[in-house]
Write a protein that binds this ligand. Structure first.
Ligand SMILES: CC(C)(COP(=O)([O-])OP(=O)([O-])OC[C@H]1O[C@@H](n2cnc3c(N)ncnc32)[C@H](O)[C@@H]1OP(=O)([O-])[O-])[C@@H](O)C(=O)NCCC(=O)NCCSC(=O)C[C@@](C)(O)CC(=O)[O-]
Ligand SMILES: NC(=O)C1=CN([C@@H]2O[C@H](COP(=O)(O)OP(=O)(O)OC[C@H]3O[C@@H](n4cnc5c(N)ncnc54)[C@H](OP(=O)(O)O)[C@@H]3O)[C@@H](O)[C@H]2O)C=CC1
Length: 400
């Protein structure tokens, strides 16, 4: 069948968009679907058509019904000096965004940090979670299922780990009970992958065993106690992905020169805005804009963009120490990968290459870089608010 015949079949409803791949190569299928959309939406898509990415590879594992790619500008911030447990060097950070002033802001934070000797960063927890929901007939039965998980942990660990050569089931904790429903939170180590496919496959095996040995009926493989891609207190407290803390002491003269303000003013803004303002609003993110830095790095390096929701959680602290500024960011929930998922898409791999963290044994180093970048952007924005420069900056850089 040639492309004209396929488009005719698509237009008259005889073929579905995802069936095009059966007749032509992934690249041709992409072109045909795009042409079909151009016809049905009466528009032209020359920019989505223009890409260098290997669509055959992408359509095998990253995308269904592809019609092309989108492009976002990528800027860099740096040099950013990091004194981490895994990352001990200066980096230039790739950032994909369309928000004018954001890269400038992170760059200013990086400049402030590097002039101050670097930012400290520590990964304090490294896990990925999946929590199914299981239905029982009574709270008493629910407690029995909870006990079954506790009593059989070693065997369940072996079952889960039989599905992966890198994943490890660390614990099942907490096991929540709500009436007749049981929510065991399976906590895994997933190596350098973000791990959601890995832990989902492993957890399903555990549920097969549950079905064989108990009367519990699993209703859904994800019962929302994981908590994946939603903001949640359990993730803030227990952690998810990498939990990371980064901090720095910035000398008074550098605060004055680079941020055009004082430690006292920054402390005041942080308390009034990030702590009290967030509490008054019922926000779960006691910070100014972690999501900005997390989303921009995630887009540049092939992370799952929806996880920016989780990366937005966390608390910023700022202290005036006799004119010097102590500043910290605390990120409990940053799911990152240097293998798997979208990390092998060509531009994503290049983004990881800029940071020197593509491939195995790099995920914690990457986590520290994310946290250091978050500190850079957070510091600059809180500094701009303290100096009264926010509107001016966006007037100049966001409306050029
Ligand atoms: C815009 C600045 C940086 C100007 O800051 P400045 O101090 O007036 O600029 P400067 O010309 O004196 O330069 C200082 C440093 O900024 C950097 N810099 C300066 N200009 C550029 C540029 N064009 N390109 C790249 N880097 C730039 C550069 O690092 C430079 O230092 P150097 O390296 O030369 O020693 C500052 O005013 C700023 O950071 N403002 C805050 C902007 C910001 O953080 N926006 C984030 C988005 S806001 C948002 O989305 C969330 C929000 C606000 O709604 C959340 C909430 O509710 O809080
Ligand atoms: N399934 C779901 O419910 C959800 C899926 N996702 C998607 O899941 C994807 C991410 O899942 P994820 O499991 O990370 O990725 P992949 O499904 O891409 O799997 C990555 C695999 O890489 C292998 N691997 C090779 N080297 C390493 C290493 N050094 N460390 C760890 N693993 C290694 C592992 O194989 P082995 O296991 O054999 O050791 C691992 O399973 C993303 O595309 C994301 O969008 C997101 C949210 C939910």
């Amino acid at each position: 069948m040639n492309s004209k015949e396929i488009i005719d079949k698509l237009l008259n409803g005889e073929m579905k968009l995802y069936q095009v791949d059966k007749y032509v190569s992934p690249k041709e299928a992409t072109d045909i679907r795009r042409e079909f959309i151009e016809k049905t939406a009466s528009c032209e898509l020359p920019h989505m058509a223009n890409y260098s990415l290997d669509m055959e590879k992408a359509s095998a594992r990253n995308i269904e019904n592809p019609i092309g790619t989108i492009q976002l500008p990528v800027g860099v911030a740096g040099p950013l000096k990091i004194n981490g447990d895994y990352c001990k060097r200066e980096v230039y950070v790739p950032l994909a965004t369309s928000e004018g002033a954001l890269v400038a802001s992170i760059n200013r934070g990086a400049s402030t940090i590097t002039a101050s000797g670097g930012v400290n960063a520590h990964v304090i927890s490294d896990i990925m979670t999946r929590a199914p929901v299981i239905k029982t007939s009574s709270a008493t039965d629910a407690l029995k299922i909870k006990q079954w998980f506790i009593d059989n942990f070693q065997e369940l660990k072996e079952i889960a780990e039989s599905t992966t050569s890198h994943g490890k089931l660390l614990k099942i904790d907490p096991i929540l009970i709500v009436g007749t429903y049981v929510y065991p939170r399976f906590v895994y180590f997933t190596g350098d992958s973000m791990g959601m496919n890995m832990v989902t496959i492993a957890s399903e095996k555990i549920l097969d065993k549950l079905a064989e040995e108990t009367t519990g009926r699993h209703i859904a493989l994800s019962g929302n106690v994981c908590v994946d891609k939603k903001p949640a207190a359990i993730n803030m407290i227990e952690g998810r992905g990498k939990s990371i803390v980064a901090d720095i002491l910035i000398p008074e003269e550098i605060v004055n020169k680079k941020l055009k303000t004082t430690a006292e003013a920054i402390e005041e803004v942080n308390v009034a805005k990030n702590l009290i303002g967030s509490a008054a609003a019922g926000s779960m993110a006691y910070n100014a804009h972690y999501a900005n830095m997390v989303a921009a790095i995630f887009l540049a390096t092939g992370q799952d963009a929806a996880h920016a929701v989780e990366g937005s959680l966390g608390i910023t602290t700022a202290e005036n120490r006799n004119g010097d500024l102590y500043f910290s960011v605390n990120l409990p929930d940053v799911p990152v990968a240097t293998v798997g998922g979208g990390t092998s898409l060509e531009t994503a791999h290049e983004g990881l290459d800029i940071l020197g963290v593509a491939g195995s044994n790099k995920a914690r180093e990457f986590g520290e870089i994310v946290a250091a970048t978050v500190l850079a952007g957070e510091l600059s924005l809180v500094g701009a608010l303290a100096a009264g420069h926010l509107a001016r900056a966006h007037q100049e850089l966001g409306r050029g």
